[in-house]
Design a protein around this ligand. Structure first.
Ligand code: MAN
Ligand code: CA
Length: 280
């Protein structure tokens, strides 16, 4: 386009030169022709100016476009940088989460195994407990059927009348003392004669005997369920002191045959067992 403009301008200039030379050669030329030439020159100058203006406009637009493009390129590159950074952050957090998930999976697996092991050991312990219960029951029955005290055992028992008596060396509550006698195939002593009372007094021990009113206050019964007939209560007894005394004890060091006292059953004392041997 620029070339065309230059070509036109050159043509116009050429024509003008030709005109001028013509004018020089023909001095008698008309005034109308001169006015027309001036107009053409003006037109050519205007056209030239327009071309320059157009060129400037095109250059300005181009520069602006280049600047805009640079700005856009910058924006795009900074956006792309940000996106890359974000993508990296996200991918690293994905990695962390994946690791965490794997760890959780592992610990879940471990916990499941532990739970299964605990379930198993619980099952085994339950079975063992049940077997022990059965064995304990069996042992109890065996003891009841075949009392523990043998001829050897009897060395520590004292014979009186048709019974044997065992005096403990440790102290227990009335219930535990009774239980101990039963485990020996006996029971706490039942005193049902003056002779028996005298025999025990000679032992001079502070001991539980097989007498209590725990079932009904004031109604004293021996451990075999028989009622109390021959009594050897110490003076003022039984007094159910503090309304808490339901078990009978044989006191030592008394100069009278009346040696019994009622005491709280939870006290710990020595005791006497009485075993009646099966007649052989
Ligand atoms: C005193 C008396 C008894 C009672 C005891 C309780 O010895 O009152 O009757 O059993 O205390 O420790
Ligand atoms: Ca008492």
């Amino acid at each position: 386009m620029e070339e065309e403009v230059y070509a036109n301008v050159s043509n116009l200039e050429l024509e003008e030169i030709q005109d001028t030379s013509t004018k020089r050669t023909t001095p008698d030329q008309q005034p109308d022709d001169r006015t027309g030439g001036r107009r053409s020159r003006l037109a050519a100058v205007c056209l030239g100016l327009l071309c320059v203006l157009l060129l400037i406009t095109i250059i300005v637009i181009c520069v602006r476009n280049v600047k805009e493009k640079e700005a856009m390129d910058q924006t795009i590159s900074s956006l792309s940088k940000n996106l890359t950074a974000e993508r990296e952050t996200l991918s690293s957090s994905i990695m962390t989460l994946t690791e965490e998930r794997d760890q959780l999976k592992n610990s879940n697996k471990d916990l499941t195994e532990e739970r299964d092991q605990l379930k198993n050991s619980n099952k085994n312990l339950t079975e063992e407990r049940d077997q022990l219960k059965i064995l304990t029951e069996q042992k109890k029955k065996d003891q009841q059927n075949h009392p523990k005290h043998t001829v050897n055992d009897l060395a520590s028992w004292k014979k009186f009348g048709s019974s044997h008596y065992y005096i403990s060396t440790e102290a227990k509550t009335w219930d535990k003392a009774r239980q101990n006698c039963r485990e020996r195939g006996a029971d706490l002593v039942i005193i049902n004669s003056k002779e028996e009372q005298e025999f025990i007094k000679r032992e001079n021990k502070y001991v539980w005997i097989g007498l209590s009113d725990a079932d009904e206050e004031g109604v004293w019964k021996w451990v075999d369920g028989s009622p109390l007939t021959t009594k050897y209560w110490n003076t003022g007894e039984p007094n159910d002191y503090a309304k808490a005394e339901d078990c009978a004890v044989f006191k030592d060091g008394k100069d009278t045959l009346e040696t019994w006292n009622d005491l709280p059953c939870c006290y710990e004392n020595l005791w006497i067992c009485e075993a009646t041997l099966p007649s052989s």
